[in-house]
Design a protein around this ligand. Structure first.
Ligand SMILES: *[C@@H]1O[C@H](CO)[C@@H](O)[C@H](O)[C@H]1NC(C)=O
Length: 406
């Protein structure tokens, strides 16, 4: 064979190779490399978006500590009146690549499609829980074996069903826990559950704390809106809000919240309150108005922020207020009170909490509810970007309380 012929043959081979890899990609049979260090899967089974976001950061940090691939769960959403939760892929709102900048990660969908069949066969799947989770329904005469019952109830069942996952066994991992920042627990996990024996750790609930630990706050920077969401937010700000600066506010005031706020009496912290009070209450104690505020307080505080911002930036004064709320946006009250300052008040025409979040993240100033994990998401994102935020009723107006005490 002449060298010319050889090089021609090489070219043909190269072309064939390229075509076959293209065909493989088209067929979706792209080869996923298996991670010998194993995988971490969990159900974000507690709370709505805000809580799930807190848990996402903690679980991501835990996966990194264990050096396992982080299987990014879908968001669990609850539609009014529906009996079963709906699982919404992570990348509906956020970029998978951003998480991968921090640690190896794959979406739950991709994991089940491309990896699970090879290392986590049906009929041999184990669910992990700290201790026994009691079965919801026990038939008369049934012998109850203690287990995680990972699919009992909503969203537990619908979550795993979305991916046709059933569990054959349960593993109680007590006394292990997730505080990898302050203890050597990561090593204990690794030696007790080695990847060759336990390629997949599938948790019945998030392997993380709520609220998010101080050490994990900065992981927020790996949670980035996808282009579609970012563009929608920018479009709204540019085309719906009046030209100029705006304040974003989050009003948490539904009936469930009024009930939750009653717990203020007997606690040092409630939900996301460390974001203003400090993780050790170094910046104050809980008080009722931090959780639930009167209209008067809300209006007074917005006006105060407007005046301060306008005097700091006389060339870019506040022209509007954007309101996100789970229940009452207080639009008529706010509009009326801010009319004299020529400030208009807006909310999304159609309910869309994720778009609310993306817009609040871009406001010139944000006022949130310190107790709320929904507000906490916005606050973390803004902190990363260096944007200012504050909280309703914080810091406590001591001049008033002193007055009342007299
Ligand atoms: C973590 O896992 C990867 C494989 O995904 C491996 O190459 C790497 O050496 C592991 N790192 C440590 C510190 O064990």
């Amino acid at each position: 064979m002449t060298s010319q012929e050889t090089s021609r043959r090489m070219k043909v081979l190269l072309i064939l190779f390229c075509i076959s890899s293209i065909l493989l990609k088209i067929n979706g049979e792209e080869d996923y490399e298996l991670d010998p260090a194993g995988y971490l899967v969990y159900c974000p089974c507690m709370g709505r978006f805000g809580n799930q976001a807190d848990h996402l950061l903690g679980s991501l940090s835990f996966a990194k500590e264990l050096n396992r691939t982080f299987v990014i769960p879908p968001w669990v959403e609850y539609e009014k009146g529906a009996l079963k939760s709906k699982q919404v892929p992570y990348d509906t709102y956020f970029k998978v690549e951003s998480i991968q900048e921090y640690h190896k990660a794959i979406t739950m969908h991709d994991f089940m499609e491309n990896i699970a069949g090879k290392i986590w066969p049906e009929g041999q799947r184990t669910s992990f829980c700290y201790m026994e989770r009691k079965k919801l329904k026990v038939e008369p005469g049934e012998v109850v074996v203690p287990g995680c019952n990972a699919k009992d109830g909503n969203p537990f069942g619908p979550f795993w069903d979305t991916y046709n996952i059933d569990f054959k066994k349960s593993e109680f991992y007590a006394p292990l826990h997730f505080d990898v920042h302050n203890t050597i627990i990561g090593k204990k996990w690794q030696s007790k559950y080695q990847p060759h024996e336990w390629p997949v750790l599938a948790f019945a609930g998030a392997p993380a704390h709520f609220p998010v630990q101080l050490e994990n706050l900065e992981l927020q920077k790996y949670v980035q809106w996808n282009d579609e969401m970012a563009n929608k937010a920018k479009h709204y700000i540019k085309n719906v809000l009046p030209k100029g600066a705006f304040i974003g506010i989050h009003l948490r005031n539904g009936l469930d919240w009024v009930k939750a706020c009653e717990h203020i009496k007997d606690s040092k912290q409630l939900f996301s309150s460390p974001q203003c009070l400090g993780y050790n209450n170094e910046k104050g104690l809980l008080f009722r108005e931090l959780c639930f505020q009167t209209r008067e307080l809300i209006i007074r505080q917005i006006k105060r922020v407007v005046k301060k911002m306008n005097s700091n930036n006389p060339r870019n004064t506040i022209k509007s207020v954007f309101v996100a709320s789970d229940s009452n946006h207080l639009l008529p009250d706010l509009s009326q009170s801010l009319e004299r300052m020529k400030i208009t008040v807006h909310k999304l025409e159609e309910n869309n909490p994720h778009l609310d979040l993306a817009i609040l993240g871009l406001s010139n100033h944000f006022i949130g509810n310190c107790i709320s994990s929904f507000s906490a998401f916005v606050k973390r994102e803004r902190d990363i970007r260096g944007f200012p935020s504050s909280f309703f009723a914080y810091p406590k107006d001591t001049s008033r309380t002193k007055h009342e005490e007299l």
